[in-house]
Design a protein around this ligand. Structure first.
Ligand SMILES: [Zn+2]
Length: 613
């Protein structure tokens, strides 16, 4: 592998004219991309013969499966090309049309291949065993075949499936109504701040407003936002109730014991993983309370209110430009071994990344690993602050996961589940934080990093777990036949919120108006999704603790987890890597580290106070 040691010119750019990545390894031109689409259409047509011969004999099965896989691989590459272009300039209509073109093709292929899974699931067990013996190259499709057969238990007759697919758009209607309400129908209030500036308190305005330095301004923002939500409590309630109801109904129709097991079913994650998360958080809320008490002390407040939780406690003057970000991350991942570090050093020198914000470019950050035979791409909106470096570490964690998985797995097993994906990304964030904590140059700097870590736990772990518990409770209420009105949902949310924030223990005072917070969170319409943030951060601390202690066996197991891609279900991959997320012990390393952060922070704050006094 070539490692270029000189700095490439991309690092001298600050505000770029166009995207910094090079998409020609995907397709040298639009013409080439269009030709690839035509080829895919022809390949798809050629595969129509499979409808007759798919399960005829071992050789036919292998040929067809490999044909489907090649076709999906090509579609995925086309999708990556089109979606990267679209995210680099959202106002370009040509890019939007390109995306639609590939999306339409993909939909057509999926619908034409609808016969595949039922045909494979109907193949008698002995016959499939025989095929696998006769044709050893079918081994590469073992997980694909296994998954099809496992999922088959929840696939109904073609007639029933057709009914369901007609009904599905209606079932997702509530989330569309919710989005419409939030995006265009509701008129959000404008608030005048103490410096005379104005802020529209919609979702974005609210999230910005809660970070404001001035407490009175924050109160104004909260008052405006929650009074508005309050006017629509019944509508939001009905909309969320319908969303929950459609999930519980569909789960029943598909022979799942409940909506939770249905949501976890596509990756065969045991329900115990989810329930264990809820239980572990429940018995460790004292950690969150201890942190919030520190915040109260630092802010010098008599009462800590719910609108006091998002202001920056400990800032840093330090700038983290893209070169510093790269250098820091390369140092931080040293415990992952020379191989990982070299690979990352090489990857971050290539034109795989679009770094800086630009007009028309999409916000946020992502890594895209879908171009199997090419390489991953990373989109950032780097702002030279620590949050940007942490995001850099996170996205490169995803990208490196793709590099390792694509190198070690056939295409069909290279795509990994979110449950594993987020862990690969957060491990890098944790390693970066630990590296910075170890090398902090002053007490203030150390405080900044400690607070960053604790705040990350508050937002990524505790808050998402709180959401997860809320979602579970709503679904269980509907499953036991209870109706949900907006008011009932607020009561459920409010009681969980008060418990999490220690309302009764005077940790944070929760104004009952904020019991309506659920109403603006779009994630609740996705159904059992946010828990992966919490489980992943716990898993990441688990792996990071072992790796940082120099446990070679644990390091190998972790790297094997990344290399394994999607060759098994995520819970199986975690078990292979020595981590059982159904056990309370899975959460111990994170809670222990959090307590250590808190202890250091308390000591440092006392020390600073003493010096001042
Ligand atoms: Zn991520």
């Amino acid at each position: 592998m070539i490692i270029i040691l000189l700095l490439s010119p991309i690092y001298s750019l600050v505000a770029s004219e166009g995207p910094e990545w090079d998409l020609t390894p995907l397709y040298p031109s639009k013409k080439a991309w269009l030709e690839a689409i035509d080829t895919a259409k022809k390949d798809h047509k050629a595969l129509s013969a499979c409808q007759k011969i798919l399960t005829k004999d071992a050789m036919s099965l292998k040929k067809c499966l490999s044909g489907f896989s090649d076709l999906r691989k090509e579609i995925s590459r086309m999708w990556v090309w089109a979606s990267l272009q679209a995210s680099s300039d959202s106002q370009n209509h040509e890019y939007t049309e390109q995306l639609q073109l590939v999306a339409n093709l993909s939909r057509k292929i999926t619908s034409d291949l609808a016969y595949v899974n039922p045909a494979i699931s109907q193949l008698p067990e002995e016959k499939l065993e025989e095929f696998l013996k006769q044709e050893t190259s079918l081994d590469d499709y073992k997980q694909v075949l296994r998954d099809i057969r496992i999922q088959a238990k929840h696939i109904l007759s073609p007639k029933e499936e057709a009914l369901i697919s007609n009904y599905l758009p209606l079932a997702s209607g509530s989330s569309r109504i919710f989005r419409m309400l939030m995006a265009s129908d509701i008129e959000f209030p404008t608030v005048v701040l103490s410096d005379g500036s104005k802020i529209v308190v919609d979702n974005t305005g609210y999230e910005k407003g809660r970070q404001l330095e001035n407490r009175e301004d924050r109160v104004k923002v909260f008052e405006a936002f929650f009074s508005l939500l309050n006017q629509y409590e019944s509508t939001f309630g009905l909309s969320l109730y319908q969303s929950v109801q459609s999930r519980t109904t569909l789960a029943k129709v598909r022979n799942y014991p409940n909506a939770l097991s249905s949501a976890l079913g596509n990756t065969q994650l045991p329900e115990k993983v989810y329930r264990n998360l809820v239980e572990q958080v429940e018995s460790n809320l004292s950690i969150l309370h201890r942190y919030l008490k520190l915040r109260k002390k630092k802010m010098g407040l008599k009462n800590l209110e719910y609108h006091d939780l998002y202001t920056e406690l400990h800032g840093t003057e330090k700038k983290f430009d893209i070169k510093t970000s790269r250098d820091d991350l390369l140092e931080a991942v040293k415990p992952l071994g020379e191989g990982y570090k070299k690979e990352l050093a090489y990857a971050t020198k290539q034109k795989w990344m679009d770094i800086y914000p630009r007009k028309g470019k999409r916000s946020g950050a992502f890594a895209s690993g879908g171009a199997y035979e090419v390489h991953p791409y990373v989109l950032l909106n780097h702002l030279d602050d620590y949050n940007s470096v942490s995001t850099y570490a996170h996205e490169w964690g995803h990208a490196m996961h793709s590099v390792l998985s694509n190198k070690n797995q056939p295409y069909q097993d290279s795509r990994y589940a979110t449950f594993v994906a987020e862990t690969a990304a957060i491990v890098n964030e944790v390693l970066l934080l630990e590296h910075n904590l170890k090398n902090a140059e002053s007490d203030e700097e150390k405080l900044f990093f400690l607070d960053y870590g604790l705040n990350m736990l508050r937002i990524t772990f505790f808050r998402q777990a709180q959401f997860a518990e809320f979602e579970l409770k709503l679904h269980e209420m509907v499953e036991s036949g209870k109706p949900l009105s907006g008011q009932t949902i607020s009561n459920v949310y409010g009681s969980i919120l008060e418990r999490y924030y220690g309302h009764k223990e005077d940790v944070v005072n929760i104004n009952p108006r904020y019991h309506l917070e659920w109403a603006y969170v779009p994630h609740f319409y996705f159904g059992f999704y946010v828990y992966t943030y919490s489980t992943s951060i716990a898993a990441s601390y688990n792996f990071a603790a072992k790796i940082l202690s120099g446990d070679k066996q644990a390091l190998t197991a972790y790297l094997n987890l990344l290399k394994a891609g999607g060759s098994k279900y995520p819970h199986e991959l975690f078990l292979d890597a020595g981590l059982d997320m159904t056990k309370p012990s899975a959460y111990q390393p994170m809670f222990e580290r959090a307590n250590e952060y808190l202890e250091s922070m308390e000591k440092l704050l006392d020390k600073i106070e003493r010096t001042k006094g």
